[in-house]
Design a protein around this ligand. Structure first.
Ligand SMILES: [Zn+2]
Length: 185
């Protein structure tokens, strides 16, 4: 969340304070927020130059999570309906744009869609068995590809990213909120 970059609380749910090395949160909003905020210090420690989209995408992916085969696994969650609506309305930009956003852009007016787009890109990679590979390659390539966009193309084996966007949008539109039956916590 934005508090990785600026220490002013902007959400009623919680945030990670780097200067205080503390997680500050309102746990009455549920375990998902707790997990989301716990992801940030781990990402920051592991990947200091992590762009906003990846940091928030991972935080958001694990808001709704459980364990599958001994590994943490994100499930479809409450961010889906808003993303589906934005896709239908043509309000979701390209991955190239999303991934190149600086924090000011990412946390700007369209942050709700940005969080959801980032989350469901990572969810897609997870479902295709590519998430771990993508994260490792992104980390290794971050100097030459700081946004992760070229790494994404490479991991997807995709040169036509407009085609990928159509495939991804179709994938997202076909997801359902069955997550409600699979709550892990
Ligand atoms: Zn966050």
């Amino acid at each position: 969340m934005r508090l990785l970059f600026n220490d002013t609380p902007t959400t009623p749910y919680g945030y990670y304070s780097r200067s205080n090395k503390a997680l500050i949160m309102n746990i009455s909003t549920g375990g998902g927020t707790l997990v989301h905020e716990i992801v940030h210090p781990f990402v920051e420690a592991n990947f200091p130059a992590c762009p906003a989209w990846l940091n928030e995408g991972l935080g958001s992916l694990y808001e709704q999570c459980g364990e599958e085969n001994g590994h943490i696994h994100g499930y479809v969650n409450w961010r889906l309906p808003g993303l589906q609506k934005a896709i239908k309305a043509g309000e979701v930009g390209s991955f190239k744009q999303l991934m190149a956003m600086n924090p000011t852009e990412f946390y700007g007016d369209s942050q709700g869609v940005n969080y959801a787009q980032a989350r469901y890109l990572l969810y897609y990679l997870q479902q295709k068995g590519l998430l771990v590979k993508f994260y490792k390659q992104f980390l290794a390539n971050q100097k030459t590809d700081p946004s992760g966009y070229e790494t994404l193309k490479s991991v997807l084996g995709q040169t036509d990213m407009q085609q990928f966007q159509r495939n991804w949008q179709k994938f997202v539109l076909e997801l359902t909120k069955e997550f409600e039956l699979r709550l892990a916590n």
